[in-house]
Design a protein around this ligand. Structure first.
Ligand SMILES: [Zn+2]
Length: 183
């Protein structure tokens, strides 16, 4: 399986922090490479997808996430949200671990994140809008939290078969993507 699917207990674990030595280890560098390959594989099926993934979804419960920001991979290790805007927005979310479900989730419009990069250098970044939503979703994974846990009112929850019932071609693409993740 390329992406761990809902039901696997690893997705509910609190992932482990990584030391500088561990970040530089072959094991973690290989894991990061696999995560990049997975996101590239997803993007090759659907160009607007493949922008964010967490390590536990790749089968290792360590505090590492991978985002693609403006087309560039940004690995974030031991990420911590150090500031949240007061303003929130409703973000349309999906998750590679249960891709057949969609929902709107309330997220902060802007967050500051401190993290270490893949060379174990300290970094910080301010993220807004969609990128802010993505990083909040991925950091949740490191704490065993799904966007499903944050859905306000189940009337917001929908199956992709329903959402795309009038777009059979897009639905076919989604099924192809799901096959890739599970395969
Ligand atoms: Zn997810």
């Amino acid at each position: 399986m390329r992406i761990v699917q809902l039901g696997d207990p690893i997705l509910r674990e609190t992932s482990k922090e990584l030391s500088v030595e561990e970040i530089k280890s072959d094991e973690i560098q290989q894991l990061l490479l696999r995560m990049k390959e997975t996101l590239n594989g997803i993007q090759s099926i659907s160009s607007e997808n493949g922008n964010a993934l967490s390590a536990p979804q790749s089968g290792t419960a360590v505090r590492m996430i991978l985002l693609r920001i403006d087309g560039v991979f940004v690995p974030m290790i031991n990420p911590v949200i150090t500031r949240k805007s007061e303003e929130t927005f409703e973000f349309d979310e999906e998750c590679f671990s249960f891709y057949n479900l969609r929902a709107k989730v309330t997220r902060y419009v802007e967050v500051d994140v401190s993290y270490m990069d893949e060379f174990a250098n300290n970094q910080s970044i301010t993220m807004r809008g969609e990128n802010a939503g993505l990083v909040q979703h991925e950091i949740d994974h490191l704490n065993g939290i799904f966007f499903l846990d944050r859905v306000n009112g189940h009337e917001n929850l929908a199956s992709i078969d329903h959402v795309l019932k009038d777009s059979p071609q897009r639905l076919t693409k989604v099924k192809e993507m799901i096959d890739y993740m599970v395969g």
